[in-house]
Every structure is written in C-alpha cells, then in structure tokens.
Ligand binder design. Structure first.
Ligand SMILES: C[S@@+](CC[C@H](N)C(=O)[O-])C[C@H]1O[C@@H](n2cnc3c(N)ncnc32)[C@H](O)[C@@H]1O
Length: 427
C-alpha cells in the first residue's frame, strides 16, 4: 500500500465531487468508491461528530418531505446561480416563516440539496431537481408518512412486549387500533397512491425476477390462449403483470392481477399507463386469506408479500394458493432470503426492521421458507438470487405424496419391483 498523501486525496475528492461522471463508467468501481467513501467518512469522524450524525439522522427525510410538499424545491428549481432565490421569494412561495425556512435552507445546503450563492440567496443543485421526480416524491412520502412514525414507536413497543395491552409499532406510531397498514391506507388516499406507485420503483435499477426466470421456456411452454399463465397474487397496481406482458408480448395465455378490491379499483385508474384490457391483463378483487378461485394456473406469484406477515398469516395465504395448484403449477415467491448474499446485508436488514415496525413481521431464511412451504404441502424446488441485496425468487411446487414419492416415481418403482420379481421367478 502506498503511503497516504492527504493533499492528493483532497485533490482527488474535490475532482470527484465536481465531475462524478468521470468515476461512473465502470459500475462496480463506482459502487466500490461509493462504499469506501461512506466508510472513510465514518472512519474519520470524531466521537462528537458520530453523536451529531446520529442524533439528527431522521432530518434528511423530514426536510425533504417539507421541501417537496411546500413547493420549496419546485420554487428553487425555477432559479439558478445567476438568478438565485432570496429567502423572501422562498417564504412567499412556501408560506413558511423565514426563521424556520432559513434553518431548513442552511441544512439543505449541507446536504447538497441547495446552494447558498451569497448570504440569503439560493440556487438549485442536481439534487434539488432529482428530489422533484415523482418517483422520489412517492418514496419520500411513503417513508415519511407511513414508515417513520412506526420506526419512532419501535423502541417503546419492544420495551412493552409481553404486556397484555401491547400495541404493534404501527398502531403505536399511528395512534390507531388498526394493525393492517393496507386497511389503514384505504382511509389515507394520498399515502395509498404514493405507496402503490412506489412499489414500481422501490427496486428500480436493480435486476428483476424476469432477468433470472426465462418465463416463456420455464413456465409458459406450449401455453394455450385460454390457459391461465400467471396469477399475480397481491400484485398491487400490476407492475409485474405489465412487465411480464412487455417481456413476452407474444406469449399466449391469461394473465390475472389480484389484490384487495379497493386497490384493484385504484389500479385501473393509474394515470399514464396503458389500460389493463389493452395488455391482456384481467384485474380482479381477491383477498388472499380466502379460497383462491383461479385454479390450476401455470404460475402463482407472491411478490414481496410474505415478508409483510407473521408465520400464521403466511400459512393461511400459502394454504389458499397451494389448494388451487396442480402438479403442473409453480408458486413463485419473491422476497428477501436472509443469508443468500452478504454484499447488501445491511439493506436487507433495514428492510427487516421496517417489516417488524410496519407489519410486525420479518424477513426469512431459506430454512424458514422450507418449513412454511412444507406445512402447506409444498416443497421448495429452487432459489435464484435476483439482486445483490438478497432479493430472491423461490420456486415451490406441490409436494409429492407423504413418502416423498411422486405418482410418476411410484409407477417407476412398481415397474422395477415387478422387473426384479420376474427376474427372480424366471431363474
Ligand atoms: C408490499 S406490496 C407488494 C405488491 C406487489 N406484489 C409488488 O411486488 O410490487 C403488498 C401487496 O399485498 C396486497 N395485500 C395486502 N393485503 C391483502 C389481502 N388481504 N388480499 C390481497 N392482497 C393484499 C397489498 O394491497 C399490496 O399490493
């Protein structure tokens, strides 16, 4: 290792900050520099800096939500370094008092979300424009309004675990008797819209299950037009059904989207999307705790569903799907699988904490899935890792009979027994 040269490092970092694109051509190197940069900043921190970073850690989410909802970013975006916005301009546009606004703008400057060109005058940065994108807006709104209150309640809830009147973090954080966020969302249309749109982009830029499953060859071979090809159970606004149709426009067979009736109604009204009917997608209301009425489909898909529920609820959901499956059906479960990849373990762990806080549920390991499948007459066939964070697709099929032997294996076994018998008797 060469001797450290602080001046050279400072020069390089300044160059990187000015021209990040010079370091972005090779994505694995970009990711490594990003990771090391984060670790380097932690390694250099004094204990006091660590403390200050931690105590204010919720602020970026909160100031971003304010910046989006009070039109602060959109106002800023209309200005530039040569024509900066004054604090009075911003106060008039947002309706925020100058004192809190100045503090927010000072904080935003430190986050790179705005630039103070001269005292009290501000210009947008690349980040200001990024934070105005609808997809980012939906993500921030979802985490700020739905998830953050549950994170704040988690500590108190863990302390009171076991008490007769203990609440879930969702109930405590949102001061509600409702445990199921999906029911709660129906009374919170702004948050509901953001959440379901966010489901499209939560893993944007990462590989998807369709990158690791050749659906036409592995599931859809020789499918007839009236055959049920794919049932997206709890499929939200239908992003996976759309992706499947987009990937295999010629593949015959029916594609069915199922979700709570209220969600299906909203899914049909999403702006800027091709109507389901034009894509050959049937959208129907269905509660996955009740009997699956679509029988014998080639594939039932549960995407990011099971990690929302505890084991008892998962068994109920799985049992309904298993009962509808035939020997030719496959259950595709997409979820984090703990331990499948170490690289993004902290990201999967963060989701695990969110699942606990929001849903009183958790992420699962391969063994957990094997056990759950086994209890409803299914068996795990294969797991394929989809992303470096451990999102994986699990293939489960109807379990062979109790002795672990399929009908086909049974007949082969009988033939061999007869063969041995005839050999013995013919000697
Ligand atoms: C985390 S989202 C996943 C959405 C979609 N599968 C995806 O991967 O983008 C969970 C989904 O389960 C649906 N859901 C929740 N409770 C349900 C129920 N009882 N019956 C059917 N769907 C339900 C929600 O409406 C939501 O669309």
């Amino acid at each position: 290792m060469t001797a450290p040269n602080a001046d050279l490092l400072i020069e390089q970092l300044k160059f990187l900050i000015q021209k990040p694109e010079s370091f972005s051509h090779d994505d694995s190197k970009r990711a490594e520099i990003e990771r090391l940069g984060r670790l380097a900043s932690r390694a250099l921190e004094t204990p006091e800096e660590t403390m200050r970073r931690l105590i204010f850690s919720p602020l970026p989410l909160i100031t971003t939500r304010i910046g989006q909802d009070f039109n602060l970013f959109s106002t800023l975006a209309q200005h530039s370094e040569s024509r900066p916005a004054s604090i009075s301009d911003l106060s008039k546009a947002t309706g925020l008092e100058k004192s809190i606004l100045t503090a927010i703008m000072d904080y935003n400057g430190g986050q790179g979300v705005s630039l103070e060109v001269k005292s009290g005058f501000y210009a947008p940065t690349k980040l200001t424009h990024l934070l105005l994108q609808p997809a980012i807006n939906d993500a921030i709104l979802t985490f700020h309004d739905c998830v953050l209150p549950t994170f704040a309640a988690l500590h108190g809830v863990l302390k009171s675990t076991g008490a007769a009147d203990s609440l879930t973090a969702f109930q405590a954080g949102h001061n509600t008797s409702e445990k199921d966020i999906y029911v709660w969302l129906e009374d919170h249309p702004v948050q509901q819209g953001a959440f379901y749109r966010f489901m499209k982009t939560v893993n944007a830029g990462l590989p998807t299950w369709l990158d690791v499953v050749r659906f036409d060859e592995e599931v859809g071979v020789n499918a007839k037009p009236d055959e049920i090809l794919f049932v997206d159970v709890g499929g939200g606004f239908g992003w996976q059904c759309r992706a499947l149709r987009r990937t295999y426009p010629q593949l015959p067979g029916r594609v069915i989207l199922q979700d709570r009736s209220d969600v299906i109604t909203k899914a049909q009204g999403v702006e800027d999307t091709v109507p389901f009917s034009q894509l050959g997608i049937e959208a129907v209301g269905y509660d996955f705790f009740t009997a699956q009425l679509v029988k014998g489909a080639r594939a039932y898909y549960l995407g990011m569903i099971l990690h929302n529920w505890d084991d008892d609820a998962c068994l109920k959901i799985l049992r309904q799907q298993a009962a509808a499956m035939t020997e030719n059906s496959v259950l595709l479960v997409e979820d984090y699988v703990l331990g499948e990849r170490a690289a993004g373990a902290h990201y999967a762990a963060a989701f695990g904490i969110a699942m606990q806080a929001v849903h009183n549920a958790r992420e699962r390991s391969r063994e957990d899935f094997v056990r759950l499948f086994g209890l409803v007459g299914l068996e795990l066939d294969e797991i394929r890792v989809v992303t470096q964070f451990g999102i994986s697709i699990l293939f489960a099929r109807k379990k062979t009979d109790d002795k672990g032997i399929t009908d086909c294996q049974n007949s082969k076994l009988l033939i061999s027994i007869f063969a041995v018998y005839f050999k013995l008797t013919s000697v």
